[in-house]
Design a protein around this ligand. Structure first.
Ligand SMILES: Cc1cc2nc3c(=O)[nH]c(=O)nc-3n(C[C@H](O)[C@H](O)[C@H](O)COP(=O)(O)OP(=O)(O)OC[C@H]3O[C@@H](n4cnc5c(N)ncnc54)[C@H](O)[C@@H]3O)c2cc1C
Length: 412
């Protein structure tokens, strides 16, 4: 009969996961489920800070559209994500959330949210489960790279420490919102080890239009209601929020990759805005040709077209007086107002990051070919997707794949 006191069981294999965002937490859980002892490190005082922020305005976990529409959201990386999402796709993600006691629902736009909308209940429940699985969380530990003995170096409140494990998962995030932990310092470390990192760029970001000081002062923070933004033949309906320097919001984010690339190539991106998408140009013109009497232009536009003061101010900001006073020109501009976008907002302000570790430098398990036993996941990889739940879905799917790879490596 085996005696637990004297019989020595083989010591479990070990893994270190660095980065306690959604992708790192997923990798850690997968490893623990496969019997690997996991230490999870993060530089911040608590895990999942960006995930919690993502939940502030309603945590959009994933999207309910069929995979055929879902996959193209990953653009040039759709092929890679086909395989990743076939293992852990949108419906698997919803089922997984349910195992944490989090019910999800499909909003009117097809986006999927937890019933409570926030990230905190999901994260709380998940961390409880990870602790129960024996995962050790070491916060305030900033990863610095490797030492000569190939140990991982960490700066901690107690000074520099080093650690080694059978497998390593790096899930250090992109470079946006660095105050939440993902500051991109890993780029230099990995480049020094010969890893190819595509230049990191803002994704799902706002743009600068260089408003006049007066316009910016009065209208920053104002919203343009239902409009359609068009660029290079793609049209997105939604809302836009004006900022001190330009604009942001759902439809700007949706087109942001194309707008960013056009600015990079040409120094400017000319988008157009349909301010009355439910009206034909002929109907707008018909209304503009009605007698104006002694009314000011603003009063007239409000009366005949129902335009808000912010919309009228935008027309005044962007159009020369001759367009404003010519019904034919004005009708055309209201249906296709040219928006000269000059710059992206800095990557630090973006929702997410494009660029990162090249897939060509990874094997199918997301292991770095140049660093056997080191796996990578999440936003630090070279992919991008619009908002709509595609980012988190991608992070969970890559976290799972890297966790499986690391478990296979540690247990071999
Ligand atoms: C305002 C906002 C709203 C968003 N809303 C949504 C949404 O509704 N739906 C959606 O799909 N996506 C959303 N996102 C994007 C989503 O939050 C990210 O894509 C996701 O968090 C990335 O996960 P990750 O695990 O790759 O990285 P992160 O969540 O950034 O986690 C990386 C972790 O690594 C740690 N770290 C970094 N460097 C080191 C180091 N050197 N040593 C130790 N630890 C380190 C960081 O502290 C951090 O905890 C939103 C993002 C923002 C900013």
């Amino acid at each position: 009969m085996p005696n637990p006191q004297t019989d020595t069981a083989p010591s479990p294999r070990s893994a270190i996961v660095i980065g306690a965002g959604p992708s790192g937490l997923m990798a850690a859980e997968i490893l623990a489920d496969r019997g690997v002892r996991v230490d999870l490190y993060d530089s911040m005082p608590s895990p999942g800070r960006k995930f919690l922020l993502a939940g502030k305005g309603g945590l959009n976990l994933t999207h309910s559209e069929p995979l055929g529409s879902f996959l193209p959201r990953y653009g040039a990386r759709a092929g890679r994500f086909q395989s990743l999402l076939s293992e852990f796709g949108p419906s698997d993600l919803r089922a997984w959330a349910k195992t944490l006691g989090i019910e999800t629902f499909v909003g009117s736009s097809g986006r999927v949210f937890p019933e409570e909308m926030k990230a905190a209940p999901l994260l709380r429940s998940w961390l409880r489960r990870l602790r129960a699985k024996g995962i050790r969380l070491l916060v305030r530990h900033r990863w610095l790279g490797w030492d000569e003995q190939e140990r991982l170096r960490f700066a901690s409140p107690a000074g520099e420490t080093a650690a080694k494990a059978d497998a390593v998962v790096l899930a250090l995030g992109g470079v946006s919102w660095p105050n939440l932990g993902s500051d991109g310092r890993w780029v230099k470390i990995l480049e020094q080890h010969g890893i190819g990192v595509s230049p990191v760029k803002p994704a799902n970001c706002g743009f600068d239009l260089d408003w006049s000081e007066r316009f910016a002062k009065v209208f920053a923070g104002h919203r343009l209601g239902t409009i359609e933004l068009e660029f290079e033949g793609r049209t997105v309906r939604g809302e836009i929020t004006l900022t001190e320097t330009g604009m942001e919001g759902g439809c700007v984010y949706t087109l942001s990759a194309a707008l960013r690339d056009a600015i990079e190539a040409n120094g400017i991106a000319m988008a157009t805005l349909d301010l009355l998408p439910d009206w034909t140009e002929a109907k707008v013109l018909d209304m503009l040709q009605r007698p104006r009497g002694s009314k000011s232009l603003s009063t007239f536009l409000k009366k005949v077209l129902g335009l808000e003061p912010v919309t009228i101010a935008l027309l005044r900001e962007l159009l020369p007086p001759e367009s404003l006073n010519n019904p034919l020109l004005l009708a055309a501009e209201i249906k296709a107002l040219p928006l000269p976008l000059m710059r992206t907002r800095p990557v630090e302000e973006a929702i997410s990051t494009a660029g990162g570790i090249r897939f060509e430098d990874l094997d199918d398990h997301l292991m770095l070919k140049a660093l056997p036993g080191v796996f990578v996941a999440g936003e630090m990889l070279d992919w991008e997707a619009p908002t709509g739940g595609y980012l988190l879905t991608g992070c969970f799917a890559t976290g799972r794949r890297a966790g499986l790879g690391a478990a296979g490596w540690a247990n071999k």
